[in-house]
Ligand binder design. Structure first.
Ligand code: NAD
Length: 333
């Protein structure tokens, strides 16, 4: 999987920045659909984070550390890692790259993670995916203290999300829904389709839309007649890793689309939505590149801020695998 979460800001072909009606569901204006771009939102979040991390440092005397565990090395990871380290630097977070050789065992990786779990300066831990084939994902995920699991991959955080409690969310799924919310797209009561059911993107994105009171359908590789499902939707989030999977003919006129896919085609980064055929149909789209990607790291660092505060204020007992306090969300009748 290629992960370029801070992708370039270039707009998708054939689309122009343009408004939608108040409901965000107008048919695409002649100039093209509204582009939901992540960079301005990310910049706003980073400004807030810079102030928050500065205040944290003044209050507690240290800048929290984000530890990034990299097992083996591959080129896409290297690009992503540079981006996240740069974002850390921008907002006053210590980025610590923990490189572990390709031939390390699962125990070696778990030992490194245990060291990070026990390090009070480390507020958050992310593990770069994919792991080498000989290392079982579940073993590594389980080793992360849930209180430092700022990308929401630990089963405890996944369970909290499923139950509607406040744990740590997977950053990409969070960014996909946040771009809609911050762009003023109404979600309550809307028919939403999420294409993709992975634990890191599709499933949590669907749960977050449910939390926003959308009526949610999840589609996946075994869905029969994907086009029929998608055509029904006013909101479509696509995270399948299949370039051009969603075409304009499949979309309802005026739909709002968030493309999460990152694929390399003929040397270019493209999403899962066929931008050219979608543009005349949809009212708004978070494109690839430039949509969700640039937002994801900023969102991730908001999670780090919360983790750092929870830990510094003693609201979690590290090492005990306790967890962040499970503050109930609003009840959902
Ligand atoms: P994944 O491979 O784990 O899951 C893909 C999902 O798509 C599966 O649930 C599968 O059932 C579904 N799918 C595959 N083919 C399908 C088809 N023909 N019809 C319907 N559903 C289909 O991938 P992932 O980790 O969830 O990532 C999804 C995409 O999002 C990838 O392109 C990935 O690179 C991208 N991604 C982006 C970011 C970001 O920050 N923008 C972060 C992570 C992943």
């Amino acid at each position: 999987m290629t992960v370029d979460r801070d992708g370039a800001a270039a707009a998708a072909a054939g689309m122009a920045a343009a408004g939608t009606d108040a409901a965000g569901m107008a048919a695409a204006p002649a100039a093209g659909p509204r582009l939901l771009t992540g960079s301005p939102i990310a910049a706003e979040i980073r400004t807030g984070l810079t102030a928050d991390f500065a205040a944290f440092k003044t209050r507690w005397g240290y800048a929290p550390t984000l530890a990034i565990v990299l097992v083996g090395a591959d080129a896409p990871s290297a690009v992503y890692l540079q981006q996240i380290l740069r974002t850390c630097q921008k907002v006053g977070v210590e980025g610590r790259l923990v490189e572990i050789g390709t031939h390390a065992t699962a125990d070696d990786v778990c030992n490194e993670i245990e060291t990070l779990n026990a390090d009070p300066a480390v507020a958050g831990i992310i593990v770069q995916m994919p792991l080498p084939a000989h290392i079982p994902l579940r073993t590594i995920v389980d080793a992360i203290d849930p209180a430092k699991d700022i990308d929401g991959i630990h089963p405890l955080n996944a369970g909290l999300l499923a139950l509607g409690y406040e744990g740590f969310l997977p950053a990409t799924a969070h960014a996909a829904v946040e771009i809609l919310k911050r762009s003023g797209i109404p979600l309550e009561g809307r028919r939403a389709v999420v294409v993709g059911r992975s634990n890191v993107v599709g499933k949590p994105a669907a749960l977050l839309l449910l939390r926003e009171h959308a009526t949610v359908t999840i589609c996946h590789s075994r869905t029969v007649d994907l086009a029929r499902q998608v055509r029904d939707a006013e909101i479509v989030i696509v995270a399948a890793g299949r370039p051009g999977l969603i075409t304009g003919e499949m979309l309802r006129p005026g739909a709002v689309v968030v493309d999460v896919g990152i694929n390399v085609r003929e040397g270019r980064i493209v999403g899962d939505v066929d931008a050219a055929s979608a543009a005349p149909v949809v009212s708004a789209i978070a494109p690839v590149p430039g949509g969700v990607g640039p937002l994801t790291n900023a969102i991730l660092l908001t999670h780090l801020m919360r983790a750092a505060r929870n830990q510094a204020e003693g609201r979690v007992a590290l090492g005990s695998r306790s967890m962040v306090p499970t503050l109930p969300m609003e009840s959902m009748p």
